[in-house]
Design a protein around this ligand. Sequence first.
Ligand SMILES: Nc1ncnc2c1ncn2[C@@H]1O[C@H](COP(=O)(O)OP(=O)(O)OP(=O)(O)O)[C@@H](O)[C@H]1O
Ligand SMILES: [Mg+2]
Length: 391
Amino acid sequence: MAEYLDRIGAGNVLLTKEPLSFDWVPPRLVGRDSELGELASIFMGIEGDGVSCRAVVTGNVGSGKTVLTRRFYLDLSTKLEGRRKVTISHVNCRNHPSTSQVLQQLALSLDSGHPERGFSSGEIIQGIRRNLKAHNNHLLLILDEVDVLIRRDSSDLIYKLLRIDEGQEEGGSVSLILVSQDMTLFTLFEKAVKSRLGASNTLTLNPYGPDDLVRIARQRYEASCRPGSVSDGALNKIGSFASDAGGDARMALELLEAAIRRTEKDGRNEVTEDDVHPSSIREASVEPSQVDDLSVHQKLVLLGISRRLKKADEVSSGDARKLYELVCEETGMKAMGYTTFWKHMKHLESEGLIVRRTSNSNRGRGRTQYITMPNTAPAVLEARIERDLIG
Ligand SMILES: Nc1ncnc2c1ncn2[C@@H]1O[C@H](COP(=O)(O)OP(=O)(O)OP(=O)(O)O)[C@@H](O)[C@H]1O
Ligand SMILES: [Mg+2]
């Protein structure tokens, strides 16, 4: 019998997978009430015919830009039901990076067939406007990762969309939300676009702190797993690592999913701190060139560890510290204090260069950690860093 297949649907921990997917939009966002409120105030009056609104949303990777705009338009369309007809089109410009591809997506969401060939973007946009007016419809267009489109095709399309009603009797055809990681999005815009967008309509999402990230991970766990199956220790570890990695909610979800998978695979029914492996969620193997982006002291820490791991399977954190001090001596650098040293270790771990494991036995007061390098060859890193720092 194919008993190994019993794992499928065994569900010691997991009840339903859907809420773990990145695309799942939670009924309530964690810690973004004031940002949603701000967006609502930018869209004040949207229920009235003839009104259109514009907003720009920026923030770092995983700060929740996409899910915030999704939650917003889902709530908005419920709110507008029976008041104003609105079609929502959410286009990710990374997947549709050219003006004509974006226009094609628009036509698809308006069900108006493919734009015919041979027309200029201006003509197609006026066609879209006629379609909207004929059906007494309003278009809310969200251009996600819009910097990809602007870098490729300039902000011409956006300019034209902003001016869609200019010179017409009736306004209110299209509302726009532009989303971008790039804080310098505005510098990519030409003056004419800038003045039409208005800087006051910009919403910046701050990176999440550890508490928010724990709550985000908890929300997903509660929506997808058996009650009590993910320990607080695991959630806290996820929160602190995702916070160190820049407040990236996607990383928190990746860590959670991988930890659940690991627990299920072992046939256990509780996800513990030890199931959270921050280094294993990114690429399984790291490119040696990744080392080049490290700071000098990060390189020195890594050099000490690499030298030992050429000969041993693992190195204790205490030894890693001593090896680092030796390497500093050798290169004539002053060793950094403990706090900085640990910061560097965490960074090396988040880059996937090292993996840390806390020992079960607590010798002494501080917990000893063991470091391994499963994703790369220590000798290769050693040679690369030596060439770079020692010459
Ligand atoms: N406040 C939140 N509450 C619940 N889930 C969240 C929250 N913020 C982000 N998430 C979840 O974290 C993941 C990453 O968020 P999202 O994709 O919105 O980030 P982003 O800012 O668009 O990232 P990128 O810059 O890479 O496009 C998504 O699965 C999202 O649902
Ligand atoms: Mg996004």
